[in-house]
Design a protein around this ligand. Structure first.
Ligand code: C5P
Length: 284
């Protein structure tokens, strides 16, 4: 038997950091939306009791450092599984980009192996297991539009946002989420109004959504990597309804109601960065 799972990227329409917690993590308020830029994972049983991951992408470690491996081991240990699995990863989401690619692969592994091994684990349990693997994994288990709080493990589902074109631009550099959090000026942080954003989503009011979109990590990433600000500026010049960094960056996305605008941004940025995509927000 073969199971195929789609692992979509996410973008943050809002991200605010409230305070640093005693466990070293930061208390967050985020609005996450899935977009149609996806990895695909194919799971099949192996006779030998081992976890074998294969991919064409030569930059990814295929051992315990990989979130897919961590998810498979977590399931095997918790549910005493003594079967092997072969996992083929078709990687499309840029790595270390702020798009939760690794987290979405881990979440797809939890969902896929739940099916392959007939475990019957509930979504709530998969979310709890996901939180042990990484802060973005709980959201990625479920996808959709969500208001996410805590360290990333508390999910409140929201109405689907009005569907928009999303132009995603990833400059050629990687950002470590841990290093951005470490350098955050917590006392002088500019907070974004995530609660206002949530309210606007409930009302289905796109212009209010745009007004309240923001990312409290953006300024810190821009200080280290000014290209993020340059991309934002270009997107707005080319006619984006709004442009924002996703997660801890360095990916920037533009939202557009009209496809012609999205295409203008795509064409304008294509010469500036290698990795440019036009996708849509995902509706369930
Ligand atoms: O949970 P994850 O491994 O994805 O997080 C990567 C790093 O980002 C953590 O080691 C931590 O430094 C930082 N982080 C944080 N607060 C969060 C999420 C992540 O400080 N809520």
């Amino acid at each position: 038997m073969e199971i195929i799972e789609k692992a979509p990227a996410k973008i943050n329409l809002g991200l605010d950091v409230l305070y640093k917690r005693e466990d070293g993590y930061h208390e967050l308020e985020m609005v996450m939306v899935s977009v149609d830029l996806s990895d695909h994972l194919t799971f099949s049983s192996l006779e030998k009791d081992e976890i074998k991951i294969e991919t064409e992408n030569s930059f990814l470690p295929l051992d315990m450092r990989n979130h897919i491996y961590k998810a498979a081991i977590a399931l095997k240990e918790k549910y005493h599984i003594q079967q092997g699995v072969h996992i083929y990863l078709d990687k499309k989401i840029p790595v270390a980009a702020g798009l939760a690619g690794g987290s979405s692969d881990a979440a797809a592994t939890l969902r896929g192996l739940n099916k392959l091994w007939h475990l019957g684990i509930s979504q709530e349990e998969l979310v709890a297991l996901g939180a042990e693997i990484g802060s973005d994994v709980p959201y990625c288990v479920c996808g959709n539009t969500a208001f996410v709080t805590g360290r990333g493990e508390t999910l409140h589902f929201l109405p689907t946002v009005p569907q928009r074109w999303v132009v995603i631009v990833k400059p050629r550099l990687s950002v470590s989420t841990g290093s951005i959090f470490k350098e955050l000026p917590l006392h002088s942080l500019e907070h974004s109004n995530v609660k206002g954003l949530v309210e606007a989503i409930h009302q289905g009011n796109f212009s209010e959504m745009v007004k309240n979109m923001g990312n409290s990590l953006e300024a810190t990433t821009i200080t280290k990597h000014p290209v993020v600000a340059q991309i934002k500026e270009k997107m707005l010049q080319f006619g984006a309804d709004t442009a924002l960094m996703s997660g801890s960056g360095p990916t920037v996305f533009a939202l557009c109601e009209k496809y012609s605008r999205a295409q203008r941004i795509y064409n304008g940025l294509k010469g500036f960065c290698d990795e440019v995509y036009i996708v849509r927000t995902l509706n369930k």
